[in-house]
Design a protein around this ligand. Structure first.
Ligand SMILES: *Cc1c(COP(=O)(O)O)cnc(C)c1O
Length: 438
């Protein structure tokens, strides 16, 4: 097997995600043979530094020995069992540990296999909560401009990215959209807090008028990643929490991308000192090894479903709900946060990456250099509609996997870069910018 052979077979048989397949007539796929640590390796032995953690899922590097060992151990005992009517140690232990990480505030864990499903679960649970509570008219959802919550029909209805949404608009149930607190949108002379307050005032006006029909507000705490790493001040989340309380609306924290230490705290919402009513996790949860997602919620929500009536229960399921292998991978990942003291180690690593990136922050070809924990982003001043594609190619040619969103270049690396890898990340980025922007 070589790169070309696998590439041809893939294009003949596989429909790739988020891709206009015709583009691959000109832009080759990259077949990957193996992965270890921060490296992806192709069939010719070329290596690529996975600086976006394979779509934001990989936390501690590929094929981490401790996660692999946990999976091997689990394979010897229990591969899978349905979770309706049955239970098993990995799903119980994972639920207990996740709940403990919320300080016990979110003590009930409902599992699925991908992020979009975790969002669907939060939306359905919220609306069903209000129905069970005698408020069936509260079934609309409110989301932020530029939001991304996944691409199944319910999740897409609260997603505000026209490219993903427009073709399916007739299939989607419209909800409300309120302004984003994206700090880049601050008026001249204004700062991130001003922008948070401006957006919170717009949220207040919307809730004052429409709260009777709204079940929940869904947000991506601190960073709207798919919008192009739009970052906001935690003050927005404090205001949103207070407004949701005042108007009787649930707050859903979609931490599918920003959870698991990505923004510096284990959960992003911790930085605002708030607790959501629903918390969605997925991407990094298994360390990037197996598909798993979870929606956590409160005693109050759980209690509204607890009844002699079957129909008042949450009658939602996925075949692989709570898969033991995925839960073991998640448990091994949570253990790494302890044994590696990962949040503290990330602070030191982030300081080194930020220092190395100083030339980018000062580069006049770039704007809005920004960071939240282990996410860095900046916007290239370019009117080339093909900037993202050309930059990606130029970076790949230098052994670096980066995939800009529009003009936004971002780093979302695994939590394990060493100094030579930081050098490749920053040096490769500068070289790719030179090749793309001149
Ligand atoms: C990726 C993502 C999702 C969807 O997760 P999938 O596993 O791709 O379905 C939802 N919300 C956010 C914030 C995400 O980044």
């Amino acid at each position: 097997m070589n790169n070309d052979a696998l590439l041809r077979r893939s294009l003949a048989a596989v429909w790739h995600p988020c891709t206009q397949m015709k583009l691959h007539e000109r832009l080759p796929l990259t077949p990957i043979r193996r992965a270890e640590g921060v490296w992806l390796e192709d069939f010719d032995g070329r290596r690529y530094l996975d600086a976006i953690s394979s779509w934001w899922v990989n936390l501690f590097g590929h094929s981490h020995p401790r996660i692999m060992a946990a999976l091997r151990d689990q394979l010897d005992t229990l591969d899978h069992v349905m979770l309706a009517g049955f239970t098993h140690e990995p799903v119980v232990a994972l639920s207990e540990q996740l709940s403990a990480l919320t300080g016990g505030a979110l003590g009930h864990c409902f599992y699925a296999s991908d992020g979009a499903s975790a969002v669907e679960i939060a939306l359905k649970m919220s609306a069903h909560f209000w129905r069970n509570s005698g408020r069936p008219e509260k079934h609309r959802f409110l989301s932020l401009a530029g939001s991304y919550h996944g691409e199944t029909a319910g999740a897409l209805a609260v997603t505000d990215i026209p490219l993903f949404r427009d073709a399916y608009a007739p299939l989607l149930r419209p909800g409300g959209v309120v302004p984003s607190p994206d700090s880049r949108l601050a008026a001249p002379g204004g700062n991130a807090i001003d922008m948070a307050l401006t957006a919170a005032r717009a949220l207040e006006r919307h809730l004052a008028e429409h709260h009777e029909s709204i079940a929940a507000l869904i947000v991506e705490p601190l960073v709207q990643c798919a919008a192009g790493m739009a970052m906001h001040d935690p003050e927005y989340l404090r205001r949103a929490r207070a407004l949701c309380d005042r108007y009787g609306v649930h707050l859903i924290a979609d931490e599918i991308a920003v959870g698991c230490g990505r923004t510096g705290t284990f959960f992003a919402h911790e930085q605002a000192g708030i607790t959501p009513d629903f918390l969605c996790l997925s991407k990094g949860l298994t360390g990037g090894v197996l598909p798993l997602s979870v929606t956590l919620t409160t005693d109050a929500v759980y209690a509204a479903f607890y009844d002699d009536s079957t129909a008042r229960g949450f009658l939602h399921s996925h075949s692989y709900t709570g898969n033991p292998l995925a839960c073991r991978a998640a448990l091994a990942t949570l253990a790494l946060f302890e044994t590696e003291d990962a949040l503290a180690a990330n602070q030191r690593l982030a300081a080194r990456i930020t220092a190395a990136a100083a030339p980018l922050a000062a580069d006049p070809r770039l704007a809005h250099f920004r960071r939240a924990g282990m996410i860095w982003a900046f916007d290239a001043r370019s009117d080339d509609p093909l900037f993202a594609r050309r930059f990606h190619r130029a970076a790949m040619d230098r052994g670096l996997l980066l995939r800009p969103i529009g003009n936004t270049v971002y780093f979302m690396p695994p939590y394990i870069l060493d100094d030579s890898q930081i050098e490749l990340l920053i040096g490769g980025t500068r070289a790719a910018l030179d090749a793309t922007l001149g």
